[in-house]
Write a protein that binds this ligand. Structure first.
Ligand SMILES: C[S@@+](CC[C@H](N)C(=O)[O-])C[C@H]1O[C@@H](n2cnc3c(N)ncnc32)[C@H](O)[C@@H]1O
Length: 570
C-alpha cells in the first residue's frame, strides 16, 4: 500500500467501510483503504479488478492508459467485452460491388437474396440462424429493420444498395440506449471529434452512406409509428446523434478479422482509450467464442509509468501516408519518435534517391527537413539540392497508383522485377513501395510456374535469400519486438528457410558427396529450422485470423518435413 497521491482516484473513501481514506492499492492506484486490515479483507474481490494500469488524462492525448507497475512481455494486461460489434465500417471498392454481407445473426458470409430473417427479411446464413433472436446480436435491431421498405427489386445492385451492412453498426449503437443504457452511456462518453468532422470528406461520406440512409429507410418511419402509438421507443435518433456515433466509430473502431475472411468492427470502452504511436508496445486478440472479448497483451516488457500504446495506422506506410491517415480519420498530428525521425529508425522507409544536378548523381538521399510538416522541403544528405514537398507528393502519388494497380491484379515475377527496376531509379532500396513489391516477389520466386524452387538458378536462389534478409532487417528496425509485423516477418522467415533447404539439398544430390558437403547441408537445414521455430513463435499471436493460422500451419508442416530430412542425413 502507498500514501503518495495518484493522479486520479475514483473515490476518496475506503472501499470497505466508506470512511475517508488516505492509503490506496499501490498496484492499480484505483482503490482506497482506511488501513491494511480493510485492504486485506477487500483483496479477494479486488484481485479480479486490480489492473496494472490506470486511466490518465492529458491535454493533447485526452484519456490514455498508463502502467502502474512493470508488465512482462506476453502478459494479458486486461480483457473486456465489446460495447458493440457489427459489420465492417468501411467496405472497400470490391466489397461495395458484391452482394455478400455478414449474416445479421452470426456474421457468417452470406449471399444477399439467398436466405433471410423471417421478420425483417435482412440476409442471413439460414432462416433458423441462432443469432436472430439473440438480443446482443440481431435481436437488437430486427424490430427497426422490419420498418424498412425493402430493396427496390431483387437485382444485385438493388440488394447492395438496400442492405447497407456498414450502416447497421451505427443502428446497433443507437439501439443500445434502449437495450443496454450502461453501454450507451459508455459509448456516448467516447471521443467523437464531432466538431472537427463537420464539413470534412468523412462527414459528408457518413451523411450519404449512413445518416440519410438510416433516416430515410427506418428512423422517419419509427417517428411515424411513435406518433401514431403515442409512445417513445427511442429517446435520441436525430441527425446530430447519428453523426456523433459515426465520429465515435471512426475514432475508436477496431478491426476484427474472422477465420471466414469476414472483417467486423468492434468498439471497446477501455481498449479504445489506448493511444497511438508508430511503434506500439501492446497488441490485442479477439475471442469470437466469447462474444468478441478483447485481450490486450504486452508485446514487450513495459516499465512502470509507460503508456500502453497500440498503432492505429499501417506500420508499412511511410511517415507522410501515416500522418495524412491519422489527421484525416483521428484528427491528430502524431509526434512519436518514428514520425520525428526523417530516417524512420534508420530504415530510410520514405527516402528518395538524389537525382543530382543535370543528371549528375551524388549518391545522396533526400529526406524531409521536417517530417512533421507535410509541406516541408526534402534535402539531400550529400549535396545542396532540395525538392519541394509538393514535388515529392506528386511523384509518390503516381508511384502509389502504379504499385497498387500492379499488386491488386496478381502480378507475375517479370512484372514485379520490371516495376522494382523502374522505381529503384528514384527510391531508396528500403522505400516502402519497394518493400511491398519485394515482399511479394520473394513469395513468387519458388512458386510461380517456371520459377519453382528446383528450377531457380543458384544466383536467383541467392537473390531471393538476400531480398529476404534485406526485408527482415527493415522489419527489425520498424518493429523490433515483432508486435505488428508478425505475418510479414513470418512470411519472410518462411521464404528464407525454403532457400536454405534447397541450397542444402543441392549439396546432397551428388552421389559422391563429401563429408564437408553433408556438414554444410546440415548447417543449412539447421539454420532453416531456426527460421521455422522463430516463425512459429511469432505467429502464435496471429492464430485468431485466417492469414496467421494458414501460415502457421504451413510453418509447422515444413518443420515436420525438415526434421525427417535432418534425421535421414545425420
Ligand atoms: C481511440 S481514441 C483514444 C482515447 C481518447 N484519447 C479519449 O480520450 O477517449 C483516439 C483519439 O485519441 C487521441 N490520440 C490518440 N493517440 C494520440 C497521439 N499519439 N497524439 C495525439 N492524440 C492522440 C486523438 O484525439 C485520437 O483521435
Amino acid at each position: 500500500m502507498s500514501t503518495s497521491p495518484p493522479d486520479s482516484l475514483t473515490t476518496n473513501n475506503c472501499a470497505v467501510c466508506q470512511t475517508p481514506a488516505k492509503l490506496y492499492c499501490s498496484a492499480c492506484k484505483l482503490v482506497k483503504y482506511c488501513g491494511a486490515d480493510h485492504q486485506r479483507q477487500h483483496w479477494k474481490q479486488h484481485k479480479t479488478e486490480c489492473r496494472p494500469f490506470r486511466i490518465a488524462k492529458d491535454k493533447v492525448l485526452g484519456r490514455y492508459l498508463k502502467a502502474t507497475r512493470p508488465i512482462k512481455a506476453g502478459t494479458v494486461i486486461f480483457a473486456e467485452m465489446p460495447i458493440i460489434v457489427g459489420p465492417k465500417w468501411y467496405l472497400n471498392e470490391r466489397e461495395e460491388q458484391v452482394p455478400v454481407m455478414p449474416c445479421v445473426g452470426c456474421f457468417t458470409p452470406c449471399r444477399m437474396g439467398a436466405h433471410h430473417c423471417p421478420k425483417c427479411f435482412w440476409p442471413t446464413c439460414s432462416p433458423n440462424c441462432g443469432g436472430l433472436d439473440n438480443p446482443n446480436l440481431h435481436g437488437l435491431e430486427c424490430s427497426i429493420l422490419m420498418l424498412g421498405p425493402g430493396p427496390a427489386s431483387s437485382d444485385p445492385r438493388s440488394l447492395i444498395d438496400y442492405y447497407r451492412s456498414d450502416a447497421l453498426v451505427v443502428l446497433k449503437c443507437l439501439l443500445l440506449q434502449r437495450q443496454n443504457p450502461k453501454k450507451w452511456t459508455e459509448l456516448m462518453d467516447m471521443q467523437s471529434h464531432e466538431v472537427e468532422r463537420i464539413g470534412s470528406e468523412l462527414h459528408n461520406d457518413a451523411e450519404k452512406r449512413v445518416v440519410s440512409y438510416l433516416q430515410r429507410n427506418f428512423l422517419q418511419r419509427l417517428k411515424s409509428v411513435e406518433q401514431k402509438q403515442k409512445e417513445t421507443y427511442l429517446q435520441e435518433y436525430d441527425t446530430a446523434v447519428l453523426h456523433r456515433i459515426c465520429g465515435i466509430i471512426e475514432t475508436n473502431y477496431m478491426c476484427i478479422s474472422l477465420p471466414s475472411g469476414m472483417e467486423l468492427s468492434g468498439v471497446y470502452y477501455t481498449a479504445c482509450m489506448m493511444e497511438h504511436a508508430c511503434q506500439p508496445n501492446c497488441y490485442f486478440q479477439f475471442d469470437q467464442r466469447k462474444g468478441f472479448r478483447i485481450s490486450v497483451i504486452a508485446g514487450r516488457d513495459i516499465e512502470r509509468y509507460e503508456h500502453l500504446i497500440i498503432m492505429y495506422s499501417n506500420m508499412l506506410w511511410g511517415t507522410q501516408m501515416r500522418q495524412e491517415h491519422l489527421a484525416m480519420t483521428k484528427h491528430f498530428l502524431c509526434k512519436c519518435e518514428r514520425c520525428r525521425d526523417p530516417t524512420e529508425y534508420g530504415s530510410n522507409f520514405s527516402a528518395m534517391l538524389c537525382m543530382g544536378d543535370e543528371g549528375e548523381s551524388c549518391d545522396g538521399i533526400h529526406l524531409p527537413k521536417d517530417p512533421l510538416d507535410m509541406k516541408s522541403d526534402w534535402a539531400c544528405t550529400k549535396c545542396p539540392i532540395m525538392i519541394s514537398g509538393e514535388e515529392v507528393r506528386y511523384l509518390l502519388t503516381q508511384m502509389t497508383e502504379e504499385v497498387d494497380n500492379l499488386l491488386s491484379r496478381k502480378p507475375t515475377v517479370k512484372q514485379l522485377e520490371a516495376l522494382i527496376n523502374k522505381l529503384s531509379k528514384f527510391l531508396h532500396p528500403h522505400h516502402y513501395h519497394l518493400f511491398n513489391l519485394k515482399h511479394t516477389l520473394i513469395q513468387l520466386y519458388g512458386t510461380e510456374i517456371g520459377y519453382s524452387l528446383r528450377n531457380l538458378s543458384d544466383s536467383l536462389l541467392n537473390k531471393k535469400l538476400e531480398l529476404c534478409k534485406e526485408l527482415y532487417d527493415i522489419c527489425q528496425k520498424l518493429d523490433p519486438y515483432t508486435i505488428r509485423l508478425s505475418i510479414y516477418v513470418g512470411i519472410i522467415l518462411f521464404e528464407m528457410q525454403t532457400v536454405q533447404i534447397e541450397l542444402g539439398k543441392r549439396l546432397l544430390v551428388n552421389g559422391n558427396k563429401t563429408e564437408e558437403q553433408v556438414a554444410t547441408a546440415l548447417d543449412y537445414f539447421n539454420s532453416a529450422r531456426e527460421k521455422l521455430l522463430k516463425a512459429a513463435k511469432i505467429l502464435e499471436k496471429e492464430l485468431d485470423n485466417v492469414a496467421g493460422s494458414k501460415l502457421s500451419d504451413a510453418v509447422l508442416k515444413s518443420l515436420t518435413e525438415l526434421d525427417t530430412l535432418i534425421n535421414n542425413n545425420s
